[in-house]
Design a protein around this ligand. Structure first.
Ligand code: FAD
Length: 382
């Protein structure tokens, strides 16, 4: 068996797991190369805790250079293009020839898509912006905080609702009379998970006194007037704006033959194979249509479980065994309430005719579960 090169693009929730698992499954004669533009992996869910000072950036980051001791080659470079005919990845540092390719570049953020967003909003999905938000909270003297969702799809469908709940609890603890409001183009929170899930999240918002404006698409952010202008002409005032920016496929694959009509990479829903042989895509960069008529949500839990399947199947192919692992569409989600409790749900998103999702009563144990998961994640993969 000649040595193969498996190149993994992106060291986020999906790519990091593929690299680790392949190293475990394959011998040293095979080269596992992980490429990321950043020097570190960031555990995204902890951004919401960082926002209110419960984490420091160093608590939620790990340097990719640590992977060297496991025998994984890490190249810090920006992927600029992929030449599928030549089986080569073009990066700002070097071109990498591959036998197998896993694309796990996630979703890029396009805050500029809504005029005024960059000037007025704290970008909830960017580390430096969340640090800026954390630093501004103690001195906040306003009365109204709006958490806005720019467009669908966006990663972690629970995140804006969790952010609102955590901020609301933070202000209560500070004895500050602040009205928190969520404004979203979605018809309900986490729509793919079904109406019961939406109602459960809306009840949590109601119980906390958080206002909710669903079905509201923001056209412009008027930074000078501190006002959102909705597509239906409504004006929504704010003193502080926390925003989920627009998402899109990463620049490196935009216009590439691998992109489908949805603007994301279409894959086989069970084995994550793209239309190009030996090229796989996982996580947020993919679009997987569900029986319910909507795409699989973009979430780390799916990127992780898809990664396990892809690593298993690439290793099996290299060893001449059947590539039989399948992603079954299972997922779970914690919803942080900001007061030391969290809600939890889990289910199967490939179920027909609609995802079968169970909800569990919020409690401290789920919050502890999320903290333990964070610790486990950063220990397990580094
Ligand atoms: C605030 C927040 C909270 C969240 N909470 C949860 C949660 O509780 N549960 C959950 O399941 N999910 C959660 N998510 C979503 C989760 O983080 C993503 O869905 C998941 O990380 C997607 O994994 P991925 O591997 O597809 O992409 P990512 O993890 O985004 O990784 C992509 C990687 O590719 C790199 N990259 C991108 N472009 C290039 C390029 N051109 N060249 C080189 N490198 C590149 C990036 O630097 C990045 O490291 C949350 C997200 C946020 C922002």
């Amino acid at each position: 068996m000649a040595g193969k090169t498996i190149c993994i693009l992106g060291g986020g929730s999906g790519g990091l797991v593929v690299a680790n698992k392949l190293k475990k499954f394959l011998g040293a004669e095979h080269r596992i190369v992980l490429v990321d533009k950043l020097s570190y992996h960031l555990f995204n869910p902890s951004l919401l805790w960082l926002m209110v000072g419960w984490r420091r950036p160093e608590d939620m980051k790990r340097d990719f250079s640590l992977l060297k001791r496991k025998g994984i080659d890490f190249i810090q470079a920006e992927v600029s293009n992929i030449d599928f005919d030549k089986q080569a990845v073009l990066t700002t540092k070097e071109n990498i020839k591959y036998d197998y390719l896993v694309i796990s570049l996630g979703a890029d953020l396009y805050p500029e898509k809504i005029s005024g967003f960059k000037e007025a909003a704290y970008n909830l999905y960017q580390l430096s912006e969340v640090e800026r938000l954390r630093d501004s909270l103690p001195d906040f003297k306003g009365e109204k905080v709006v958490v806005m969702v720019s467009s669908i799809p966006f990663k972690c469908p629970a995140a804006p609702y969790e952010a609102a709940l955590i901020l609301n609890a933070y202000f209560k603890k500070q004895n500050k009379n602040v009205q928190v409001q969520v404004v979203s183009p979605e018809p309900q929170p986490m729509p793919v998970a079904g109406p019961a899930m939406g109602q459960a999240v809306v009840s949590l918002l109601n119980m906390s006194g958080i206002q909710y404006m669903p079905n509201t698409t923001i056209k412009t952010v008027k930074a000078d007037k501190k006002e959102l202008e909705a597509a239906d002409g409504k004006s929504i005032p704010f003193d502080m704006l926390v925003g989920v920016p627009s998402h899109g496929a990463p620049a490196a694959v935009k216009g590439s033959p691998i992109i489908g009509e949805t603007g994301w990479i279409p894959v086989n829903a069970k084995n994550l194979q793209t239309k190009i042989e030996n090229v796989y895509a996982i996580g947020d960069i993919t679009s997987i249509p569900l029986p319910v008529g909507k795409p699989l949500p973009k979430a780390g839990v799916f990127a992780h479980l898809e990664a396990e399947v892809v690593a298993h199947n690439i290793a099996a192919k290299i060893k001449g065994r059947p590539a039989s692992a399948e992603f079954k569409g299972d997922g779970y989600c914690f919803v942080e309430l900001g007061d030391g409790r969290a809600g939890f749900s889990k289910g199967n998103f490939y179920a027909e005719p609609a995802p079968a999702v169970s909800l569990y009563k919020p409690g401290r144990l789920w919050h502890i579960g999320k903290v333990l998961f964070e610790k486990w994640w950063l220990w397990k993969w580094f």
